[in-house]
Design a protein around this ligand. Structure first.
Ligand code: GLN
Length: 200
């Protein structure tokens, strides 16, 4: 009988909402690993890129030598979940915004898409693939997805049809912050993607 080991999930820990993701992962029985340096990528089954300030996180990734090794791991198929700034870092098209990016997911993302009047808001959303009630989504200076590439599946839409969560193979993104509530279903979905990758 093979021993079941917990999934080792990295959380990019350079800036932003790190501790909430770590707590959520622990609650779900995964082993969180704080990632600051390239060597922290070893042995990970997946990685979460948290919210924060994508320009700052991107610059720090360059400074810590993480940007290229992390991109290589993602291109080699390591699953990733980007929330908010994390989604911005994963996108391959940021319009006019020039900043360090991983660029592995075929989406165009517009930063700070809700402007200053609507800096932060909360909304119940239907999220594809989740059982049970609607998901209470918290948006903070959130981006939106302006274009979905081929092979990118929208998972949640605002009432006006704007995609705010999506999946492309082993990459999952949301413009909102599931780590801030007590609903672990989206993290659970990500862990299922990681487990499926380990099993493959
Ligand atoms: N506005 C931030 C950015 O552009 C993202 C905000 C967030 O992660 N909550 O990077």
């Amino acid at each position: 009988m093979s021993e079941v080991r917990p999934l080792r999930i990295g959380v990019l820990a350079l800036q932003g909402g790190v501790v909430e993701h770590i707590a959520m992962l622990r609650q779900l029985g995964a082993e969180p690993v704080e990632v600051r340096l390239p060597e922290h990528l070893e042995g990970l089954d997946g990685i979460i890129l948290p919210g924060g300030e994508s320009t700052t996180i991107g610059k720090l990734m360059v400074e810590f030598g993480l940007l290229d090794p992390l991109r290589s791991r993602l291109q080699a198929g390591m699953p990733a979940y980007g929330t908010c700034a994390g989604m911005i870092l994963l996108a391959n098209d940021l319009g006019a915004s020039k900043q360090p990016e991983l660029g592995v997911m075929d989406i165009r993302v517009r930063r700070n898409a809700f402007g200053s009047q609507l800096d932060s808001f909360e909304q119940d959303l239907e999220v594809a693939g989740l059982d049970g009630p609607m998901f209470h989504a918290v948006f903070i200076r959130a981006p939106i997805i302006e274009r979905l590439g081929g092979g990118v599946e929208p998972l949640a839409l605002l009432e006006n049809g704007t995609p705010v969560a999506a999946r492309q193979g082993r990459l999952l993104v949301s413009a909102f912050h599931p780590e801030l509530g007590d609903d672990p279903r989206i993290h659970q979905l990500f862990l299922e993607m990681c487990a499926a990758t380990v099993a493959a």
